[in-house]
Design a protein around this ligand. Structure first.
Ligand SMILES: *[C@@H]1O[C@H](CO)[C@@H](O)[C@H](O)[C@H]1NC(C)=O
Ligand SMILES: *[C@@H]1O[C@H](CO)[C@@H](O)[C@H](O)[C@H]1NC(C)=O
Ligand SMILES: *[C@@H]1O[C@H](CO)[C@@H](O)[C@H](O)[C@H]1NC(C)=O
Length: 230
């Protein structure tokens, strides 16, 4: 098994380090056409961010597979504390820079790093919360400052409009899970273990009833249009 601690440590190497270090991360063709340097930097950032998200999810899956509850608990504390520290210091940098979320991608390297740190760390803790909800809720309930910071960063990240659509969805689930935004009446944390079984059972029901109705449906009025992300 991959040593968990090692795996997690690589997750906390800021994306910005790769940004300048990796030759592979030169501009893609379609990004060269971006109008300004800031737009190009944003395009590269978003590509690296999506890649980072895949790694984060893999790490969280390994965390879930740890056989001992105590180890999981300790790891989640470690992650939450690290996330808190990174976000706290990055927030200071961002706020003193005058960056407005949703406005142009910052020009200053330090501000870019701070923004990137917040987007990465918020998403990581979001994944951990959804996948290990009982442990994470318990830890957050015990550490009021961490909760306050996390609530702030969730709203902030959402406003930057820099996250990919999957992460936006995840962050909106986190906001409901933490009661930051009102829960959708049909809200369930799709990763909560005990919910999963129930959901699978109801999926089967839906599928079978859909099959029966398929023919009638085509003639019926169109369903409301699907929700659009971003
Ligand atoms: C980039 O812009 C040039 C000139 O406007 C155009 O010819 C080219 O097709 C564009 N490339 C891409 C990948 O959009
Ligand atoms: C994210 O922003 C959208 C649009 O402004 C808003 O509807 C949604 O509630 C926000 N979600 C969170 C988690 O803040
Ligand atoms: C959020 O609200 C629900 C429903 O009122 C409640 O069951 C849950 O414990 C709350 N969770 C948090 C983290 O406040």
């Amino acid at each position: 098994m991959i040593p968990m601690r090692k795996m997690l440590c690589t997750l906390f190497i800021p994306l910005a380090v790769w940004y300048s270090a990796s030759a592979e991360d030169k501009l893609h063709e379609h990004e060269v056409n971006a109008t300004s340097e800031a737009d190009r930097a944003q395009a590269i950032f978003q590509r690296l961010y999506r890649r980072r998200r895949v790694e984060q999810l893999a790490a969280v899956k390994s965390l879930m597979e740890l056989p001992e509850y105590e180890k999981q608990y300790k790891m989640v504390i470690m992650i939450a504390e690290k996330v808190y520290n990174v976000i706290e210091s990055s927030r200071v940098t961002l706020e003193s820079s005058g960056y407005i979320p949703g406005a142009q991608f910052p020009k200053d390297e330090n501000v870019r790093d701070a923004l990137s740190n917040i987007l990465e760390n918020t998403a990581l803790l979001g994944d951990v919360l959804l996948h290990l909800p009982d442990i994470t809720h318990a830890i957050l309930a015990y550490n009021y400052e961490w909760t306050v910071m996390f609530r702030w960063s969730i709203g902030f990240c959402n406003e930057t409009l820099l996250m990919d659509s999957k992460t936006v969805k995840m962050i909106n689930l986190v906001a409901q899970e933490m009661n930051i935004t009102d829960r959708d009446p049909s809200y369930v944390n799709p990763y909560r273990k005990d919910v999963k079984l129930e959901k699978r059972a109801s999926d089967v029901e839906v599928k079978t009833s859909k099959k029966k109705k398929k023919k009638d449906k085509r003639k019926g009025p169109a369903l409301s249009s699907p929700r659009v992300d971003l």
